[in-house]
Design a binder for this molecule. Structure first.
Ligand SMILES: Nc1ncnc2c1ncn2[C@@H]1O[C@H](COP(=O)(O)OP(=O)(O)O)[C@@H](O)[C@H]1O
Ligand SMILES: CC(=O)N[C@@H](CCC(=O)OP(=O)(O)O)C(=O)O
Length: 296
């Protein structure tokens, strides 16, 4: 385990123009100052996880953020990984309104894949870069108490009570939480929660400064197919009504809007496949993806 994660990256950058690198670092100072002490909730979607290299770049960004005073909180998805595990068992999932219809057998697979495989892969990646992370789910420390969303969806939950005190304790010990979107029911049920929904609820519970939703497109696209750099709640509603915002983008924009209502300062929908997407968003002038600004 490298205490200072320079290996590999030093050789990659050895040929680069060091004065230009120093200039870039120096330009980041106002952004380092702006986000010192900030809580940034990052939702890493299953499609954005991709290769080991993409995971390594993501983990490195998270560790860097943590070292410059940000409190990063990771909430992950893993839809494609759940699909693969269910397929291996000969089960095909049905989705209604972007949510997986989840029966008693499926929730076991969902929990195993998210908490066991996906979460631990992210924890390992962060720790390989010198950070300390713990993998938990919404069940741990009663973080995310849910009620059934709709009887037709089975064990799919909607967060109704958040208990973020445990996350505050992790923050104090500089431990990065990696949270699987699994909720606990009041009667001992386990609920499958859409990853975006879970990230929004956690961001609101922490009144986060930023919610970053990492996905597999460069941002929210308008009717002309171009990415919109900043979008208002009104424009989101119009584009959703006209069907331009569709499919998996709907829970993201809805999450962004409800997080804003919950007191989150801003949300950004951005391409998690781009190397160092989080650093580009937080520490460069241009930012990345589509920004949705809150009221504070
Ligand atoms: N207006 C839009 N702008 C961008 N992407 C959109 C839009 N409408 C629908 N999408 C779709 O939303 C997808 C992202 O949602 P999803 O596949 O659920 O991501 P993730 O797995 O990262 O949560 C994109 O790949 C794209 O196909
Ligand atoms: C209720 C519901 O649909 N839960 C999602 C949880 C994982 C998720 O959200 O993964 P992505 O972010 O990769 O899409 C599912 O079962 O696929």
């Amino acid at each position: 385990m490298p205490p200072f994660a320079t290996e590999g990256f030093m050789t990659e950058t050895a040929q680069e123009d060091w004065p230009a690198t120093a200039h870039t670092l120096s330009q980041a100072l106002p952004f380092f100052q702006r986000y010192a002490g900030a809580t940034v909730v990052i939702k890493l979607g299953g499609h954005a996880m991709g290769s080991d290299e993409a995971m390594r770049s993501f983990a490195r960004d998270v560790v860097l953020m943590s070292h410059v005073g940000v409190n990063p909180v990771i909430v992950h998805g893993g839809g494609p990984m759940i699909n693969a595990m269910l397929k291996a068992q000969g089960v095909e999932s049905e989705f209604v309104g972007g949510k997986r219809v989840t029966d008693a057998a499926t929730i076991e697979v969902v929990e195993m894949v998210l908490s066991g495989l996906v979460g631990k892969r992210i924890v390992q990646a962060i720790q390989a870069e010198g950070g300390t992370a713990v993998g938990i789910s919404g069940k741990d420390a009663r973080l995310m108490v849910c009620e059934q969303t709709d009887a037709r969806l089975g064990f799919v939950g909607t967060p109704v009570e958040m208990n973020p005190a445990f996350l505050e304790r992790l923050k104090d010990s500089k431990t990065i939480p990696v949270i699987a979107p699994i909720g606990m029911g009041r009667n001992g049920e386990t609920f499958n929660v859409n990853g975006d929904t879970a990230a929004g609820a956690i961001a609101a519970a922490l009144t986060a400064d930023r919610l970053l939703l990492l996905t597999d497109v460069p941002g929210v696209k308008g009717a002309d197919g171009e990415v919109i750099s900043e979008i208002t709640p009104e424009a989101i509603r119009e584009l959703t009504d006209s069907g331009v915002i569709a499919g998996g983008m709907i829970p993201k924009t809805e999450t962004a809007l409800s997080a804003m209502e919950g007191g989150v300062r801003a949300a950004v929908i951005l391409d998690g496949r781009v190397p160092h997407a989080c650093l580009l968003e937080l520490y460069t002038m241009g930012g990345a993806g589509t920004l949705i600004r809150g009221k504070r």
